[in-house]
Design a binder for this molecule. Structure first.
Ligand code: OGA
Ligand code: NI
Length: 343
């Protein structure tokens, strides 16, 4: 996520010129894994959830590194209300329209602040993204730090946060089951885990230029649930080393697998490298909800996934260790935090 500062990864990847819409699949259908997709087509697996799901989504949906979860009025078991999503986007958008002085009250270079407003630029001159980051779970602990303007912010963002958290926890159970660990694996740690909400505002793409809004990175937690007002997200397809444009159906939630998942699964599930490009038609709001263990709780490789053939590939670490890493030698960092954990 934007937790890893822009410019952290220096590898340049070829941008895919054309893509086709990814078909929305029924929950029972298995997606084509990214690795075997037809060239050029965006095969991001997606689940259309129109009725109460009786079984968890197949793990392979998620191991494809990114999937969509589409809530709908007829009652998705996980996220039922489109209006909750619309109101959250609206509240975010209203926040970014506030006068600069109001927003600057939240500005800080201290990444441990409970609420933080800032801008990140690619070339150091023109900011291409403004963001507001704050913790969201438990709500009773964090909401008092959130912006009071617009007046709807706390309530609307609170509802959205609670909703996406349920999505994240349910998906996590499905993945744990898929890994053979059982859905209650480290249940307490997930239940008591932290949620970081990262609200982004990207300007419209300048005429005749193609611009990166957020540099390539992976998110730190186990899962990120992302809602965006229009297209702009791209995911790196590791097999061809190219960027895939991710479709943005209205009210679709994107799911990214993050670094903690790669660690816990001992590398069986790989973190999703992604970036945001500016949209040429309109300014864009996105909200990334990052789910991890509590601040000082260590995430380590599941012992069940380690044996002689498959030794432990990562050292354990906590969210707090990650923040310390970001604060240390921030500008001359050669390695991502995940790379630093490799044994
Ligand atoms: C993030 C992120 C992507 C987007 O905030 O971590 O990856 O589309 N955002 O805004
Ligand atoms: Ni991200």
């Amino acid at each position: 996520s934007g937790l890893v500062p822009s410019g952290d990864r220096t590898v340049q990847h070829r941008r895919v010129a054309t893509t086709q819409p990814s078909p929305v699949r029924k929950i029972s259908a298995l997606p084509t894994p990214l690795a075997t997709s037809a060239a050029g087509a965006c095969s991001t697996p997606s689940i259309s959830c129109h009725r109460r799901c009786s079984s968890p989504p197949p793990c392979s949906l998620i191991t494809g590194a990114c999937c969509c979860w589409r809530g709908d009025k007829r009652g998705c078991c996980l996220f039922s209300s489109q209006s909750v999503m619309d109101r959250a986007v609206e509240a975010a958008s209203e926040f970014f329209k506030l006068p600069s002085e109001t927003k600057q009250e939240f500005a800080s270079d201290d990444i441990r602040r409970p609420v933080r407003y800032g801008t990140s630029s690619k070339d150091g001159t023109r900011p291409s993204r403004t963001f507001l980051k704050h913790y969201a779970h438990p709500l009773s602990e964090w909401m008092k730090y959130w912006p009071e303007k617009p007046p709807t912010y706390r309530e609307d963002m609170g509802k959205f946060s609670a909703g996406v958290r349920r999505v994240a926890l349910e998906l996590m159970e499905a993945i744990l089951e898929g890994l053979g660990l059982g859905k209650h694996y480290q249940h307490e740690e997930f239940e008591n885990g932290l949620q970081l909400l990262q609200v982004n505002c990207y300007p419209k793409e300048p005429e005749g230029e193609s611009a990166i809004g957020l540099a390539p990175h992976s998110d730190h937690g186990f899962l990120t649930i992302l809602l965006a007002s229009c297209p702009g997200l791209e995911v790196l397809d590791r097999s061809s080393d190219t960027w895939r444009v991710v479709q943005q159906p209205r009210h679709a939630l994107h799911v990214h697998v993050g670094d903690c998942m790669e660690v816990l699964s001992n590398g069986r599930v790989k973190t999703a490298v992604h970036r945001a490009v500016l949209n040429h038609g309109e300014a864009r709001i996105s909200m990334a909800s990052i789910h991890s263990f509590a601040m000082h709780e260590k995430v380590s490789v599941a012992k069940e996934l380690v044996d002689e053939q498959d030794p432990e590939k990562y050292k354990e670490s906590s969210f707090s260790d990650f923040l310390d890493y970001l604060m240390s030698n921030a500008d001359k960092k050669r390695m991502s935090f995940l790379e630093s954990l490799r044994t």
